[in-house]
Every structure is written in structure tokens, then in C-alpha cells.
Design a protein around this ligand. Structure first.
Ligand code: CO
Length: 297
């Protein structure tokens, strides 16, 4: 038996981001969730913070708030953020660092600008992705994977025109250091003018590309998209094609995010994502009665 030839996926749609306010009042670009597009199993939300140049004292963040039933993945490109939680965990994220937080049964945490960065001001740019947990993992103890920039595998294509930072999964023959609960690809590609990338992704994975800056050509049908847009791929192939035009004025920067769908019911209320309404009520009760703890330092 011979292996069938690879097939390049087509584009199912292109989605524009909305701008919305988060936390203490910072603007994010958000391709989803929005009314016409609530989730993209197993992904629940993608936010781009900035890029914004903040003056001294201008930086804001998200003070104490809970999460239960999913994971938050924070990836910073510029600026410094500080994280504290109800289990005594804290950490600082700088450019290129990733925090993969498995909220599981629940944490209360704060995500704030690091104090010195807030005092001085500067450029802030980053992403938060919410990854749903399967029913069997929703109530596991919370844990963190804090990965500094230098530990994120970075690989160049053979022709040197494309670079990938591998946050989760595999690309260009290399593998991420982060472990995921379900199969997920989270890749940050940079394509210089003329670069072409073919990234394997099993057909059952839902797959999206979010354009950070520049423009490019996507899928077997060569659809065009530009920064702030999200490209959704059809589940009709096992490879994702991305290209930057040879005469492009700037590199194309994008996140390629794909994962095996959970195909489980979703009950969602703000920072809680469970399978049933009863579980959401339980989460709200547990939070209100302090069973998710509080930040004590
Ligand atoms: Co949070």
C-alpha cells in the first residue's frame, strides 16, 4: 500500500477582528469569540494586546479574576507582565516568553504590567489564547508551564526565508517543550518576501492563522489576508499552505493555531467554561464562597 499524496487545505473563511476593552481598560483585537463565531473547538478565545506604546504609568492589566475548566496561554512579544495567583504562584513574562496555565479546577489570578515596566512605559504587544479542556481534565489541579523565550524552539526553513517559533506541537522537524492535554499546534511563523511554508496538520484538526502583521496568501485556493484578520482552514487536507508575495514590503508574521476538536458540549460564562449549566453554577458558587482561594501576597 502506498501513502496517499498530501493534500493542501482550502480556506473556509476570513474573519475580521473586533476591538474590545479588557481588564482595567486595555484595548484588544479579538477575532473570536464574537456573536457570529463563538468558538473554534478546542479554542475559545484569541486576543491580541497592542502593539501599543504606553507612556509612564499608563499600562493597565487584569486584576484578580478566576478561571475554571480551560487553559490560558499568554505569549508576549514586547513589554513585561507580572502574574500572581491564589496558589502562591507568581512570575514575570518578558518578550518571547510563554505561560501555559492550566486552570483546571480553578485559580484566582492577576495579570498586571510588571511594576518597573508600568513606571517607565514602553511597547506592549502580546497574545492570549484560551484552550478548552476535555471533560476528563476540567477539574484537575491547576498548573503552569512558564517557558522563557530561549527555551522556545526556533527553526529556520532550508531556504532561510521562513522562521518558526514552536510554542506547541511540531514544525520544520522540531518539537515544542510545552506539553498539551490534547493535540495542539501553536506556531509563530515569520515569512520574508517570497517565502512559502507547507505545515502538516491532521485533517481532523481545526486550524486557523491569525495575522500579526504583513499580508499573505493562504490555502490551496490562495486567498489573501492581512494583519488583524484570521484565516480559517477547511478540514479537507493534511497540509496548510502559507506564502508571502515576492514583492512584499515587510515580513509576514502570523500565529498558526490548530487542534483536535473535543466535540463536547460547552457551557460558558465569563471566566468559566464547563460542559453543563449546573457546572457553571457550581463554579460561580465555588468562586463566591472562596473555594478557588485568593491572592495573598
Ligand atoms: Co486570566
Amino acid at each position: 500500500m502506498t501513502r496517499s499524496a498530501q493534500k493542501i487545505r482550502t480556506v473556509a473563511g476570513i474573519i475580521n477582528s473586533i476591538e474590545t476593552m479588557e481588564g482595567d481598560g486595555f484595548i484588544v483585537r479579538r477575532p473570536f469569540p464574537k456573536s457570529a463565531f463563538a468558538d473554534f473547538d478546542p479554542f475559545l478565545l484569541l486576543d491580541e494586546m497592542g502593539p501599543i506604546d504606553l507612556g509612564p504609568g499608563q499600562a493597565t492589566g487584569a486584576p484578580a479574576h478566576p478561571h475554571r475548566g480551560f487553559e490560558t496561554v499568554t505569549y508576549l512579544l514586547a513589554g513585561r507582565m507580572e502574574h500572581k495567583d491564589s496558589r502562591g504562584h507568581s512570575g514575570i513574562l518578558g518578550p518571547g516568553d510563554v505561560q501555559w496555565m492550566t486552570a483546571g479546577a480553578g485559580v484566582v489570578h492577576s495579570e498586571m504590567p510588571e511594576q518597573e515596566f508600568a513606571r517607565q512605559g514602553g511597547r506592549l504587544h502580546g497574545f492570549q489564547l484560551w484552550v478548552n479542556l476535555p471533560k476528563r481534565d476540567k477539574m484537575i489541579p491547576p498548573h503552569y508551564q512558564d517557558i522563557p523565550a530561549e527555551k522556545i524552539s526556533t527553526v529556520q526553513s532550508a531556504d532561510g526565508l521562513a522562521t518558526v517559533k514552536i510554542i506547541a506541537g511540531e514544525a520544520f522537524g522540531a518539537r515544542a517543550v510545552i506539553a498539551t492535554r490534547t493535540p495542539i499546534l501553536y506556531l509563530h511563523f515569520t515569512l520574508r518576501p517570497g517565502a512559502k511554508v507547507l505545515q502538516p496538520a491532521p485533517p481532523e484538526y481545526n486550524a486557523l492563522a491569525y495575522l500579526i502583521d504583513g499580508e499573505g496568501e493562504f490555502g490551496a485556493d490562495k486567498k489573501q489576508a492581512s494583519d488583524g484578520q484570521m484565516v480559517l482552514f477547511s478540514q479537507d487536507g493534511d497540509e496548510i499552505a502559507i506564502a508571502a508575495a515576492p514583492d512584499a514590503q515587510a515580513p509576514l508574521n502570523l500565529l498558526l493555531i490548530a487542534g483536535a476538536p473535543l466535540n463536547e458540549p460547552i457551557a460558558r460564562y465569563g471566566p468559566f467554561v464547563m460542559n453543563t449549566e449546573e457546572e457553571i453554577e457550581q463554579a460561580m458558587n465555588d468562586f463566591r464562597s472562596g473555594r478557588m482561594g485568593q491572592i495573598e501576597f
